[in-house]
Every structure is written in C-alpha cells, then in structure tokens.
Design a protein around this ligand. Structure first.
Ligand code: CA
Length: 238
C-alpha cells in the first residue's frame, strides 16, 4: 500500500476528499529519538515510588500526559488517584531523570521532512502530550522556522490528552483547517487512536519496539518503518 491508496481508502470511509493543507506532528518518537530516555526515566521514577515496573512497558503509555500515566500506576498499585502535589513532584522527578539520560537527538530524516513539507506551503503544528520543557525548548533550535508557541499543542494546553481526540482537535484549530485538510504524524498507538478519533488521516512511523500491526489496530491509515520512508512517499502528494 502507498499513500495514494491509503488516502483513497480514507476518503471512501469518511465520504470526503482529503486536501492536504496542514501536518499535525507528534514530538517524541517522531521528531526526537527520545522514547528510550522517557521509558528509562519513567521506570526509575515509578520504581522509586514503590511501583514494580520496567522501562519497556512505558511505550504502551506513550502519548498520555504525565498525569494520565501517573494515575494509571497509582490506581493499579495504590488503589487511588495521585494528588496534585504528588503529580507535580513525580512529574518533576521524571523530567529531571530524563535530562540525566543525556541529550535526545532529532529523529533521523525528520528535519528534512518538515522543511520539505513547509517548503511545499503546508502549515505544521506540533501536537504532543509532553510537558518536558528541556525538549520543547530545543524545538526552535532543531526545527528552525517551523514551530512557534502559536503552532504548538502541549501538555500545558490539554485537559484530557491522547488517546482522546482533544489534542488533535486543538491542532486543527491552531492550523485553521478541517479534519479532512490535515494529516497526523504519529508513532504510538494512543496517539494514532487520538488522530483517528479526530477524523484525521493518520500516518504512523514505527520508530519504537512495537509490531507494525499494533499501529494498524490502533487505527493508522498507513504505517512506515521510519521517517525517511514516510518522506519519500509523501512527496507524491506535495
Ligand atoms: Ca510519540
């Protein structure tokens, strides 16, 4: 399957004609090769809270807000929600451990991809569940002339977060387009679910340890093994 076939299937399913005007891009695992650091930082942080867990399982929560992830573990291991004070303390600790992991590098091929899409006149909006300031602040350095505060949806903007469609609906608003005029770029099942639920054509790049099927089952319209393969294929619609 290529992107033209995937778009035809999307059009038929939704009774629309996709007109690509805006890219709504996730951050971790798409723009940055940062997920191994997030997984390690989460596992160490939650272990220090007395939770038995390992790094790998945090890929299943990728896309959630920090509060959402913390409450899943609190409900499971402590039979209650975390307080606001606990959420702030634990998320700050996780963010600190993330920084200790070293500098997360841009995903290979992602800078070229965004420059090419921007160069073709498309609007680009960031849609992330992250509140990791150390990474959000690097965006304008690694992706110059792509992102401004007006074109970013982060953990500080959303209430529900992925897999709820809310962040991608906010992304549509910021881009000033309708759902059949945008494309979502994601790497995690919960993010794919959110894009699909917002009625947007949703592309997944499988940059993590998951099986491709998990991304299709979450609702991806097409899955690529990496950002470079995505870049080659999307040229067909620029
Ligand atoms: Ca992600």
């Amino acid at each position: 399957m290529d992107i033209l076939e995937a778009i035809e299937a999307y059009n038929n399913r939704n009774g629309v004609t996709l007109e690509f005007k805006a890219l709504l891009s996730d951050m971790d695992g798409v723009l940055y090769n940062s997920m191994p650091f997030h997984a390690k930082a989460w596992a160490e942080t939650m272990q220090a809270e007395g939770v038995e867990c390992e790094a790998r399982e945090f890929y299943a929560h990728e896309g959630r807000t920090g509060k959402g992830t913390i409450n899943i573990y609190f409900n499971k291991y402590k039979n209650r929600e975390a307080t606001e004070e606990e959420i702030q303390r634990i998320y700050a600790e996780k963010a600190r451990r993330f920084v200790e992991c070293g500098e997360a590098h841009p995903m290979r091929g992602a800078q070229e991809a965004l420059q090419m899409i921007k160069g073709a006149g498309k609007t680009i909006v960031l849609v992330t569940g992250s509140g990791q300031k150390s990474l959000l602040q690097k965006l304008t350095q690694h992706y110059p002339n792509i992102f401004t505060p007006q074109t970013m949806v982060t953990a500080y903007d959303v209430v529900k977060g992925k897999p709820n469609p809310e962040p991608y609906l906010m992304g549509l608003q910021k881009a000033g387009v309708r759902n059949f005029e945008a494309i979502v770029l994601e790497n995690a099942p919960l993010g794919v679910e959110a894009g699909r639920a917002a009625g947007i054509f949703t592309i997944a790049v499988n940059t993590g340890p998951l099986a491709e099927e998990e991304l299709y089952e979450a609702g991806a319209d097409i899955v690529y093994p990496d950002v470079e393969t995505f870049t080659q294929d999307i040229k067909k619609i620029l």
